[in-house]
Design a protein around this ligand. Sequence first.
Ligand code: ADP
Length: 184
Amino acid sequence: MFIVLFGAPGVGKGTQAEILSAKLNIAHFSTGDAFRAAIKNETEVGLLAKQYVDAGKLVPDEVVTKIVAEALSEEKFSNGALLDGYPRTTTQATSLDELLHGKGQSIEAVVNISVERDAIIERLLARGRKDDTQEIIANRLDVYLSETAPVLQYYKGKQDLLREVDGNKSIQEVTAAILDTLHS
Ligand code: ADP
């Protein structure tokens, strides 16, 4: 089962993906984690991605598609994945459809988690990752609105895929709401 966890930076996609991965027995795949690992290991993709990740910009689609195609060919993702932070552009959304189509698979649900902007900024500043400074956060949120939010329109056009979840609640309440929407 392939499930997309969607939403702005800081809405809790990674936290929910970890919990849901254990509960649903589906492997978690975060493009952000994959890029951070590639940067740390100084791989070819890591060297290409570093300047973008550091600035809070989107890594170019062709580099993203490469890392995703490689990752999803791993055995642990053969039955599905909880996709976290991907797709983030409409080009990525169409290439994901093609990739899954080639495997005879498809997306089961797209869960859009929403949190107010001020709360997001507070959460990210508290997390304090290298790209969690005021300026880079503002940049990431702008990029989300201009390039990633339109992906929702893409999924709205696909019957019954999109589910809305309020992320302004406790971690447990958000998990319960996601499970509820997946089962309904
Ligand atoms: P957050 O969602 O909190 O910003 P992530 O760990 O998901 O954190 O992403 C961190 C950075 O990795 C992004 O700012 C971007 O540079 C890069 N990145 C992650 N996923 C993608 C993607 N699908 N397309 C392009 N860039 C990505």
